[in-house]
Ligand binder design. Structure first.
Ligand code: PGA
Length: 263
């Protein structure tokens, strides 16, 4: 039986002080849900303060990205070892925004190569996180054009295979995969619950092919993309959806706690 995981991706929102206050508020509203794992992924600068705040709270900490080397002349980068020092249990990898695949294009198209995340860098990041004992939350998902072209499964299979290249099956037991259709992120267009469940099941079967059936049964597959308090219950009731990766709705205690309490 997989424990459900509700993870909040704060993206580039909230100050450290606001973040610490938010986790206190969330904790008050979810105190009787010890059966669900809850995590927040603040911006790097808020991690130390949020880490302090969650010491006695039933909330885990995650980061939004990582660089794959331990230390060195890598200006602006943060390593898995540094995240480990601040108690990060999780780290998002391959989010469509760091892949430069935006649901709603919030930046000029010419700047997209700046984000420059590829399946190869994602693979390196996963390996460095696993080495530090941090659980990767690997994001996969298709764009609207890929869905319309009927290539959704092919795109996701490719993303998974490349991301997990060279990772030993026994290292994958705790892995979290988030199915995040790019067209559903920050757009308010949530994926139909049955379709999200179907793709999450498909992801599990791809993991079984890449690793084995036992690993696939233990890997948690989340859905992400416009999850809100009012659609969470239906999504989280699905047999192959093991939780949610929540963006916008994780920035406010009551709404986020409702999502946790729907699990
Ligand atoms: P959203 O973002 O919930 O705001 O759509 C989800 C995500 O980007 O992980």
């Amino acid at each position: 039986m997989r424990t459900k995981l509700i993870a909040g991706n704060w993206k580039m929102n909230l100050t450290a002080v606001q973040g610490a206050a938010l986790v206190e508020d969330i904790a008050k509203l979810i105190h009787d849900r010890e059966d669900v794992d809850v995590a927040v992924c603040p911006p790097y600068l808020a991690i130390p303060k949020v880490h302090e705040a969650i010491r006695r709270l039933p909330i885990k900490l995650g980061a939004q990205d990582v660089f794959w080397l331990d230390s060195g002349a890598y200006t602006g980068k943060v390593s898995a070892r540094q995240l480990y020092e601040y108690g990060c249990d999780f780290c998002i990898v391959g989010h469509s925004e760091t892949r430069g695949r935006f649901g709603t294009l919030g930046v000029p198209e010419s700047t997209l190569p700046f984000f420059a995340e590829t399946d190869e860098t994602i693979n390196l990041k996963i390996k460095s996180l696993l080495y530090q004992g941090i659980t990767p939350i690997l994001c996969v998902g298709e764009t609207e054009a890929e869905r319309e072209a009927g290539t959704t499964e092919q795109v996701i299979r490719h993303q998974l295979t490349d991301a997990l290249e060279g990772v030993e099956p026994e290292e994958m037991y705790t892995l979290v995969v988030a199915y995040e259709p790019v067209w559903a992120i920050g757009t308010g267009k949530v994926c139909d619950a049955n379709e999200a469940d179907r793709i999450c099941r498909q992801i599990r079967s791809f993991v079984a092919m890449i690793a084995d059936a036992t690993v696939a049964e233990s890997v948690r597959v989340l859905y992400g993309g416009s999850v809100k308090a009012d659609n969470a219950k239906e999504l989280l009731a699905m047999p192959d959806i093991d939780g949610a990766l929540v963006g916008g709705a994780s920035l406010e205690a009551e709404g986020f706690a409702k999502i946790v309490n729907s699990a």
